[in-house]
Design a protein around this ligand. Structure first.
Ligand code: HEC
Ligand code: HEC
Length: 261
């Protein structure tokens, strides 16, 4: 029985398998280097060659096209570690006078009896940043936005000095156990522990203290970050976290922080 040589084009099995392999490679190259890069909604390529270079990991010249601006205002506040340190006693005193018009909602000593967040003991940079964000429209709230519009930059600094100087909400009587997500986060879903920014592990500059805030307020803020209606967090630090949380997780962290009062 005569057999055609194995590695020869006259062997139809050889031709077919080589042909099929080359075909698969071409389709894979087309998909991986051209098609997938070009269908990415946010990628901007100057042309097909640019897309191929990007997919192959070749360094690209920066695109000359201007970045897409967001459809909403973002925070313009520059947050630094020492910006509002060591306020003078007179700044705190003048802040106390200015704060009288805030007391109806935020409480006489910064502990709210109404449906507003507590401000007592909040870092000065937090008060300063949030008021500026309300003022610029980066954070929007029907109640707070008009008030923020009426206060000047020097008044904001004095209010921040006053509220950060006040003692925070009293220590808890019967705090709930710490949810796991607060201490460990959820690494598999890319969620960092709340404690990594909101205290106990580390305090991220500009991150508000959460202990003693009402569960309704914490829940509302997390839902607003998740849906993007609140978008004043620098580098989307909170939108990235909140967007990953389940409703049960939101409830458990809200109840936990509210119990620290
Ligand atoms: C009529 C009620 C009301 C008054 C008066 C008011 N606020 Fe507020 N404030 C609120 C509410 C409600 C919120 C929460 C807004 C939200 O849900 O986004 C808030 C939020 C804030 C925040 C953000 C707190 C945080 O933890 O993010 C700051 C800071 C603040 N107010 C400062 C002030 C200052 C200073 C004044 C006085 C000049 C003032 N507010 C007057 C109701 C009020
Ligand atoms: C990477 C750091 C980081 C992590 C992790 C993080 N946060 Fe935040 N969080 C921030 C910062 C920064 C802000 C302030 C955003 C701004 O500038 O308005 C904030 C704001 C908030 C607010 C709004 C508070 C207020 O008074 O305005 C809530 C509620 C909150 N975080 C809850 C959580 C919870 C719950 C977790 C854990 C599941 C968490 N955060 C994890 C950095 C973080």
């Amino acid at each position: 029985m005569s057999e055609a040589p194995l590695f020869s084009l006259s062997n139809k099995w050889f031709t077919a398998s080589v042909g099929a392999t080359v075909g698969v490679a071409l389709v894979a190259a087309f998909a991986g280097l051209i098609w997938f890069p070009l269908v990415q909604p946010n990628a901007k390529f100057a042309g097909i060659w640019d897309a191929i270079c990007s997919a192959a990991g070749v360094p690209r010249v920066a695109s000359s096209a201007s970045p897409v601006p967001p459809a909403f205002k973002t925070s313009q506040v520059v947050v630094t570690t020492s910006i509002l340190d060591h306020p003078s006693a007179s700044a705190i005193g003048e802040g106390a006078t200015l704060a009288q018009r805030c007391a109806i909602c935020h409480g006489a000593e910064g502990i709210s009896g109404a449906n507003a967040p507590n401000l007592a003991g909040q870092p000065a940079i937090v008060i300063y940043k949030q008021l500026n964000d309300f003022k610029s429209g980066a954070r929007v709230n029907g109640v707070m936005t008009p008030f923020a519009g009426l206060i000047s930059q020097t008044e904001i600094v004095k209010l921040a000095a006053y509220y950060s100087h006040l003692a925070p909400a009293a220590a808890p009587v019967s705090p709930l156990p710490k949810p796991k997500i607060v201490v460990e986060g959820v690494p598999m879903r890319g969620i960092a522990p709340c404690d990594a920014c909101h205290g106990d592990i580390a305090e991220k500059i500009g991150a508000p203290r959460l202990d003693g805030q009402s569960a309704a307020y914490i829940k509302a803020q997390l839902q607003a970050f998740a849906s993007g209606t609140r978008h004043n967090d620098i580098d989307e630090q909170m939108r990235n976290v909140a967007g990953q949380l389940t409703p049960a997780e939101i409830n458990s962290v809200a109840d936990y922080y509210a119990s620290l009062h």
